[in-house]
Design a protein around this ligand. Structure first.
Ligand code: HEC
Length: 152
C-alpha cells in the first residue's frame, strides 16, 4: 500500500514540476532531467544538454573570441600554460560542453560541489570569479574553445 502511495506521489510530483514550461534557451532544448541528474561529468547547473554543430558556427566563434579577450584572457591562455587559471588548450577534449558552460555560468556552486572543479581550485588556489556572462555568451565562448582545439 505504502508503495502505491509513494509511486502515485512520485508521478504527481513529476508532473507538478513539469508544467510544460517553454524551454529557457536553445542550449537546453533537448533537456532530459533524468539523464542530467545521472551524469556527473556534465557538472552542476542549468545547462543539461548542448548540441554541437559541425562545421563550427563562425559567428559564434568570433563573438566568443571577443568575450574571451575582454573577460577571460587575463587569467586563461589559449595554450596549455596555466597563469591564474588553467590554459584552455584541450579543454573541449577533456570536458563535456555542458560541464564547461556550467563552470562559466555557475562557478560558485561548481567550486563547492563538483569534484573536478574542486581539483582545479586546489591546483590554482584562486577562485574564478563569476564573470556575469549570459547563456548565449557562454555558448559562444565554448564555440571559440572548440576552434582553439583545432575543430573546423
Ligand atoms: C580572475 C581570473 C579568472 C578569470 C577572469 C576567468 N577565470 Fe576561468 N578559471 C579561473 C581559475 C582560477 C580556474 C580554476 C578553478 C578555480 O580555481 O576557481 C578557472 C577555470 C575555468 C575553466 C575550467 C578549465 C579547465 O581546465 O577545466 C573554464 C572553462 C573557465 N575557467 C572559463 C572561463 C571563462 C569563459 C572566462 C571568461 C568569461 C573565465 N574563465 C575568466 C580564473 C579565472
Amino acid at each position: 500500500m505504502t508503495k502505491v502511495i509513494l509511486f502515485s506521489a512520485t508521478i504527481l510530483l513529476f508532473f507538478a514540476c513539469n508544467p510544460g514550461k517553454p524551454s529557457e534557451d536553445a542550449a537546453n532544448k533537448d533537456e532530459n532531467p533524468v539523464a542530467a541528474v545521472a551524469d556527473p561529468t556534465k557538472g552542476i547547473g542549468q545547462i543539461k544538454n548542448v548540441n554541437l554543430h559541425n562545421p563550427l558556427e563562425l559567428d559564434r566563434v568570433n563573438r566568443g573570441k571577443a568575450i574571451y579577450e575582454m573577460k577571460c584572457s587575463a587569467c586563461h591562455k589559449l595554450t596549455d600554460q596555466r597563469v591564474v587559471g588553467p590554459g584552455w588548450l584541450g579543454v573541449t577534449k577533456t570536458r563535456k560542453p555542458e560541464w564547461i558552460m556550467n563552470m562559466v555560468l555557475n562557478i560558485e556552486v561548481m567550486l563547492e560541489q563538483d569534484p573536478e572543479a574542486q581539483k582545479l581550485l586546489e591546483l590554482c588556489l584562486t577562485r574564478m570569479p563569476n564573470q556575469n556572462v549570459s547563456i548565449g555568451d557562454a555558448r559562444d565562448i565554448l564555440e571559440f574553445m572548440r576552434q582553439n582545439d583545432g575543430e573546423q
